[in-house]
Each structure stands twice: as C-alpha cells, then as structure tokens.
Ligand binder design. Sequence first.
Ligand SMILES: Cc1cc2nc3c(=O)[nH]c(=O)nc-3n(C[C@H](O)[C@H](O)[C@H](O)COP(=O)(O)OP(=O)(O)OC[C@H]3O[C@@H](n4cnc5c(N)ncnc54)[C@H](O)[C@@H]3O)c2cc1C
Length: 454
Amino acid sequence: MHIREISLSSIKDLKAHILSRAPSIFTSSKTSTVIPYEKIKDFYADKDESFELSLVDISALPQKMELLENGNLSFWGGVTFEEARLFLREKKRDLCVFPTEELASLVGGISTSATGERSFSFGPLRQQVKEVYLMNSNAEILTLRDEVNLSDYFSQEQLTDDLSLLTAYQKAFKPFNSFKNGPFPHFEKATHLAIGTEGQLGVVLGGVLETIPLKKTFCLAIELPRWEEDNSLHLAIYERLQSKRDFVYCLEFIDWSSFEVSAFCLPGQKKETDFIFIEVLEEYYEDLFTKDLSTIEGINLERIMELKKSDFDKWRKEVPRLVWEKNSKRGIIKKGTDIQMPRGHLEKLFSFYREAKELGVESILFGHLGDAHLHFNFLPKDRKEEEICEKFLMALYQKVKQWNGSPFAEHGVGLIKQKYMSSFYTQTQRNFFSFLKKTFDPHAQFFPKGPMNL
Ligand SMILES: Cc1cc2nc3c(=O)[nH]c(=O)nc-3n(C[C@H](O)[C@H](O)[C@H](O)COP(=O)(O)OP(=O)(O)OC[C@H]3O[C@@H](n4cnc5c(N)ncnc54)[C@H](O)[C@@H]3O)c2cc1C
C-alpha cells in the first residue's frame, strides 16, 4: 500500500475529492494520540500494493467564527481551540471545554468527542455541541441538530424503517451514560453521528458550540504525599469536591514522577511530592478553604499555593506534551491509559497502577482526578520494555471491563487502541456500526480500518 498526503483548501476541492471515492483519513491539527501519523503504514500492512490511502489535511479550509445573539459560537473550518478561546475572550465569553492540547481543532475535537480538565464542571464537549455540519459521501452538507433525537432523524430522513438496531445499541450503552465517553460512541442525538465517530461517517466542516460568560477564577496547587505511599488525601479531596462541580472548574492531578521527568517546576518545588491542581470560581474561593479543604483530616493548608493562571496553563500542557515528544523521539507508539472509573472506584485504579510501577519501566501518572480519569503513561526505553508494558495493558483492559469502567474516556480509539477493544464490542455494536457504515459510507471511503470496521 502507499500513502498519498494532500492538503485541500476549498470546499469545491473537498467535494471533488469525496466524489473521487478515494479511501481517506481526513485530518485537522493532527494532535491525535491514537493515530500514529508517522507510522500509519504499519496499520495497513495487510493491504496489497495497489491500495492507496489518502491522508487529507483539511486544516486550511476557509475559516469563520461568529458569536451568535444567544451567546453560542458558530464556526467553520480548522479553527483551533486556542483561536476560539481568544476570539471569545474579547467578547467576554469562554469555551466550556477544551482539550489540554489547544492547538487541536474544534472539528477534530468534535470528531473525537474531546474532553478536558474543565469537563469536571461542564462534561465532555459533546454536551456543548448544538449543531454540526457534516459533508456526506454525496458531498452534500448535512446539518445535524442536537435538539433532534437520532431515532427521529432516521425516521424523518427515511434512513431506516426498523429502529431496533439503534434501540439495542442505546440499551447496551446505558452503563456508560455517566462517563465522559464510553468504549463506543454515544448515539442519542442527531449531532452524535459526527461526535466521537472519528471521521468514519463523513467530514465535519463546522458547527455551533455553547459558550459561557468569562468569569474570574483562581488556580491552586495542593501538595500531597506520593500516591504510591499514601493516597488517602487524594481520595478525600476527590470525594469532598464531587458536589462542587458548579464552582470548581477542574480538579487535576500530577504525580511526583511527572515533575521529575519534566522541566517545569512550581515556585520553590523540590519535585518530590504529588500535586492536585484546582481551578475555582472567585465566588467560591473562601468557602473552598473554610467549608471544604479545612475539614479534610490531615491536609496541610500551608502547603496550598496560589498559582498564576499562566503557570497553571503551562503545567497543564507540559506533561502530556512531554509524553508525546519522548515517545516520538524513541519511535515508540504511546503506551498510556485513558481509563475512567465509576464513582467510588478510584482506589482500584490506583492499586492497579501501583502494580504497574513495580514493573520497573519509567512511568508517570497525571490527569483528571475529579472524574476518576487518570492517564498512566509508561515511557519504555526499548522494544523489550515496550513488550512488558503491552502485556500489562492487555491485562488492565480486561480488569476495566470487569470493573464496569470506561477504557477510553477521551482521545478516541483511532488505530492504536483497536487491539484492546474486542471484549468491549458485541454483536449489538457491530450490527449498528454496519448499518451506519452502509448508510453513510456506502463506498467505504471514510477512515478505512477505523474502529467501526472491527
Ligand atoms: C499533548 C496532548 C494533550 C492532549 N490532551 C487531550 C485532552 O485533554 N482531551 C482530549 O480529548 N484529547 C486530548 N488530546 C488528543 C487530541 O488533542 C484530541 O483528540 C483532539 O480532539 C484532536 O484534534 P485534531 O484537530 O488534532 O484532530 P486530528 O489529529 O487531525 O484527527 C483526529 C481524528 O479525528 C478525525 N478528524 C479530524 N478532523 C476531522 C474532520 N474535520 N472531519 C472528520 N473527521 C476528522 C481524524 O480522521 C482522526 O481520526 C491531547 C493530545 C496531545 C498531543
């Protein structure tokens, strides 16, 4: 097989490309951690020499942003989360949710059902998407609205006279309703045909997102013992702030070993301890101390620092970027987890990660503590260590299934994570995916070998 890399900058060219039926993966900012862009060929090794995969960069399509009267953001093209935030800030508005990597595009975020640290307060991006503009295999632009249920959409568009496949799929999804994302997409609304489907049903061109008024927040860092030795305070803070999601935008975690391998340092920090990071609304700042943190046994209020927003943002980006860079330099495909646990089961995840530490491979732990959604990342230095990690991850995903956790609460499945999926997909998902692919991708041109083909 071979790969043809192209970039399209007009809707006319995009239409022509779609109508050419060339098997394609459409990309925007290319920050996905589940599509190994440099090693993509390895995943199509079973295809013969005549197979050509187009890697179509659509980030240069014409861009547009407009703040609508109701405060929603309408956008077209490859606008990044950073650009959208800056645009909104001037108008005293803010995005609810953005992935840590703000160079990611809004259309990419929709396609992968992105989440971020503010998902603690606002849920995943999916909940703020009001409309999506999706180009289908006939090169027509569909407007998908969040007020339309998927079952009604199918009936209105006469796409099926039998909704039993959808009903069975939705029933099977129920255990994952409370997670940011489940192991397969959340199909309830018409918009969901584009959200988290990773470009397998068409190309996302733009949409409308709900925004919020820009409010003053404070950022705090709480120093804690290393989680491997004593995680009682980690768990106590997690529990205490669950009911404060209206005031606490994010509740994030970074462990001592992440600091050890990164260049970033908090003022006066010795890099020997863990930290919890909190972004809190000004109106709740006093109460956070007097009513919540001060009542947690064992907490040392003197070890709580206020951070400049810029330092807080720098930290957020530094650690995941470092993992990305380290793996790329070593030519290693990311060996990290994206597991979210059901409420009250966070300790199980910590226990399993303690076992992971004992494997002796360099590793770090960070992520969205408030949502029991932590990223354990191995940093293997060679193939031998990579194999050890692989074996461990395979066993871990079996455990996640038993625990009723979500294996991939953000980042999607892409190509890299398909090998862990088999136990999460049953005939119910396969039947519905097959219906969707036949209906929306009759020429099998959108993301060949994407997770819906499993
Ligand atoms: C350092 C770092 C931190 C990250 N932190 C987070 C995080 O906190 N939360 C999170 O959710 N993710 C995170 N990610 C992952 C990544 O940023 C997100 O998955 C993001 O949504 C991808 O956007 P993108 O524009 O880069 O998409 P791309 O990498 O270009 O594409 C990703 C997928 O979406 C599809 N796609 C892209 N654009 C379109 C389109 N227009 N139409 C149809 N399909 C399309 C592609 O085919 C591909 O399957 C992080 C990544 C890095 C490197």
